[in-house]
Design a protein around this ligand. Structure first.
Ligand code: TRP
Length: 454
């Protein structure tokens, strides 16, 4: 049975619904609306999307169940959770380094995430002052290039976003998070549907949809597969302890399987809708599908500038994007903050100031990689590209692999079975096969392929 007496010192969600909201808030973010479309464009479309969807089902959902389960059982920050669970299973204490890997990954991701979230805040204001009005593709490309060319502007908006994030995190898990997600998700859905409606009027709707859903297998390389797998982890917030931290605030006795399915379903729906809204615009304006991280900032404003009521739709869209980014950013820093509170006697506010300042500094690397340091490259990648590759393609899959191994092989079967409380023993077996064999083997094989062993 779940240990009902054990509670997290950081508080608890008011209900399972609150956990669903918070975890969905973590999952749905820039990854769905900004990253998914541009990496789909860079990686050739349909075949990439197919591999990504397969990874969500076969690797993402089972690992999401594993992460929530480990968190709820230990009721501590990921670093301490792994330590406690390793002791409980009489396993090697070095497992707590898995928690560390997650904290580092969270810092690195947030450092660039915050810069892109800063772009979104800036675009709220651009929408407001009418910068998109009547604009064509060329105008929007110029607007974006001019904006990202300024280190000062990017630093300014990055700072605003980090300060906002840290002040929300300082208030703790229940402060505001539950409420904001409750309005955010339905709002985002409605706006994306509106944009899909606009995409239908562009004349390139079918072409956009085909690009997303008709796979061209000749586009598949080992790096395309690695990127798709990495994105499955990224978009579901897996592999670094975010969901573990959130799981540690989950009241006992709630179904982890159902919540994981719901979260993965909502997350995937938002990403696909974003893709369906964006690619028709890309084709009807003769833009390059592989234009990179600026893709949504160069396409959607064309829609806002030319559709009826576009002024208000544009403002609302970027406001929602900022909120979606905020609810994700919170989960990227929560493991570190919870650990500082547990082990260093900091209060949440101090923990936020320390970790937030560090992330802010790291973020300057990304700021400059879009202008002054655009030519500074390591392994042929800018600082931003390197951070993205290192975290999404390497650290998260490695973290996820270890989580799967721990949940499938190290934790006792009796404990995982009682913690998951699946209604049917067959479901437990399916989950076990997935975390024991399928997900770790998939990650391992993709890695072998990328380094050229296979
Ligand atoms: N999933 C979020 C997105 O798609 C980003 C995110 C939040 C994340 N927490 C995470 C990614 C933890 C990896 C790990 O925007």
């Amino acid at each position: 049975m779940t240990d009902n007496t054990k509670k997290s010192i950081h508080g608890e969600w008011s209900s399972r619904f609150a956990f669903i909201l918070a975890a969905t808030g973590s999952a749905v973010g820039l990854g769905n609306i900004w990253k998914f479309p541009y990496i789909t464009g860079e990686n050739g479309g349909g075949a990439f999307v197919l591999v990504y969807l397969l990874c969500v089902v076969l690797i993402g959902i089972p690992i999401m169940m594993a992460e929530s389960m480990l968190g709820r059982r230990a009721r501590q920050s990921p670093i301490n959770a792994m330590q406690t669970l390793a002791e409980e299973a009489k396993a090697d204490p070095n497992w707590h380094y898995l928690g560390w890997l997650g904290v580092v990954a969270g810092f690195l991701i947030l450092s660039y995430y915050s810069v892109i979230a800063g772009w979104s805040i800036a675009y709220v204001f651009k929408a407001f002052i009418g910068s998109f009005s009547g604009g064509d593709a060329k105008d929007m490309q110029d607007l974006f290039a001019e904006f990202t060319g300024s280190p000062l502007s990017l630093t300014f908006w990055h700072t605003i976003f980090m300060v906002t994030t840290m002040s929300v995190v300082a208030r703790g898990v229940q402060g505001g998070l539950e409420k904001s997600v409750r309005f955010l998700m339905p709002g985002l859905f409605v706006l994306l549907m509106l944009l899909v409606g606009y995409a239908m009027t562009t004349g390139s709707y079918q072409r956009g949809v085909d690009f997303l859903f008709v796979p061209d297998f000749s586009k598949i390389t080992s790096n395309v597969v690695l990127t798709a797998m990495g994105h499955a982890f990224f978009t579901l917030s897996l592999g670094m302890g975010a969901i573990m931290a959130y799981g540690s605030y989950l009241p006992a006795g709630d179904s982890i399987a159902k919540t994981s399915l719901l979260i993965a379903g909502a997350d995937t729906a938002v990403a696909l809708l974003a893709g369906i809204a964006i690619f028709p615009l890309v084709f009807s304006n003769n833009l390059a599908v592989g234009s990179g991280p600026g893709l949504i900032f160069q396409t959607l404003p064309i829609a806002f500038g030319n559709m009826p009521g576009g002024w208000i739709v544009g403002i609302l869209f970027f406001v929602m994007l900022v909120f979606a980014a905020l609810t994700s950013a919170i989960s990227l820093i929560e493991p570190a903050v919870a650990w500082l509170v547990e082990n260093h006697g900091c209060n949440r506010k101090q923990a936020c100031i320390w970790s937030g300042t560090l992330v802010w500094f790291l973020g300057l690397g990304t700021v400059f990689s879009f202008n002054s340091w655009a030519n500074v490259k390591f392994f042929d990648k800018t600082i931003f590209q390197l951070l993205d590759y290192l975290t999404a393609n390497l650290m998260l899959p490695i973290g996820g692999f270890c989580i799967a191994i721990f949940a499938g092989w190290i934790m006792s079967q009796a404990n995982s079975e009682s913690e998951l409380e699946l209604s049917n023993p067959v479901y437990y077996q399916v989950w076990q096969i997935l975390v024991r064999y399928v997900s770790p083997a998939a990650v391992f094989l993709v890695f072998l392929h990328v380094v050229g062993v296979l």
